[in-house]
Design a protein around this ligand. Structure first.
Ligand code: HSE
Length: 292
């Protein structure tokens, strides 16, 4: 038997749509695997009632098939589904690491990225890897067609999750197919600034580079209270705020000293907009961890 804890993640970070992602210190999914002749899946924990246990419909079923590694797979969800914190990716990443060990497949973490992304394809219709890469590798990741670049960043963040769900499919449906050159130029500048910020663990530079005028504005319209929550977080000291992944979660980057104030400001602002929420005060952290 092997057990793996794989962290929640936040993808895009504004300027890096489908490219950037970070691993969060908390929450996380825990997956346990035992050898079997056929794959079976049981799911417990946060939002488990919304997750299918049929291997043909569950993200970890796709991973087991891709690795040719049938197993009894138990998923304990810490990452709520449809939250914008890479819930399906955390399960897929954990299963990929666990099954790779169980069947001694010898794949590296980098080689497991496309395997875990197969699970993402099942839930969102596209095999994008910007959540599975940080969940597997930790830190800040940049995913392109040529592979993954990873930086061991450790920047403090607050992730605030409202009690509403936005499906990744819907959130991808509002993304524009093209953009004016000036907006692309601005976004490239912001993405470069953010990347330098990650290499220096500098919350000011990371926050400055989180802006994007192409994708994020279309998605904020799907999140009740977004503008108020963003304003409240910035007022409490956040250096940057954006939609986490496809939403509805909201990610704020900050200095450690402001984290608690930002978390309560975000929860209060959602509350004022009539939306319950929960905030995680955490830090960009390590990737999936394997236990025997
Ligand atoms: N990059 C993806 C998106 C992440 O924003 O649609 C969500 O799975």
């Amino acid at each position: 038997m092997f057990t793996v804890r794989a962290p929640a993640t936040s993808a895009n970070l504004g300027s890096g749509f489908d490219v950037f992602g970070v691993a969060l210190g908390t929450p996380a999914d825990v997956v346990r695997v035992d050898r079997a002749s056929e794959t079976t899946i049981t799911v417990t924990g946060r939002g488990s009632k919304y997750i299918p246990e049929d291997p043909a419909k569950n993200t970890v079923g796709a991973v087991a098939e891709a690795l040719d590694a049938p197993a009894h797979i138990r998923i304990d969800k810490g990452v709520r589904p449809s939250s914008g914190l890479g819930s399906s990716a955390a399960s897929a990443a954990a299963a990929a690491v666990a099954l790779n060990a169980l069947y001694d497949r010898g794949r590296t973490r980098e080689e497991l990225v496309p395997v875990a992304a197969e699970g993402e394809a099942l839930v969102s219709g596209e095999a994008h890897a910007d959540n599975v890469a940080p969940s597997l590798l930790g830190g800040f990741t940049i995913v392109t067609d040529d592979g993954v670049t990873q930086v061991d960043a450790a920047v403090p963040v607050v992730a605030c999750l409202p009690e509403m769900s936005v499906s990744t499919r819907d959130a991808r449906g509002v993304v524009p197919r093209s953009a004016p050159l000036e907006e692309v130029v601005d976004t490239v500048g912001n993405a470069a600034t953010l990347t330098v910020g990650m290499t220096r663990n500098d919350p000011e530079l990371v926050g400055k580079g989180m802006c994007d005028d192409i994708v994020t504005p279309e998605r904020t319209a799907l999140i009740d209270g977004y503008e108020q929550v963003r304003e409240a977080a910035l007022k409490a000291g956040a250096t940057g705020v954006t939609v986490s992944g496809a939403g509805p979660g909201i990610l704020a980057v900050c200095h450690r000293r402001n984290r608690r104030a930002i978390a309560s400001a975000m929860v209060d602002a959602f509350d004022a907009a009539g939306v319950e929420s929960r905030a995680y005060q955490t830090v960009i952290g390590e990737g999936a961890r394997l236990y025997r």
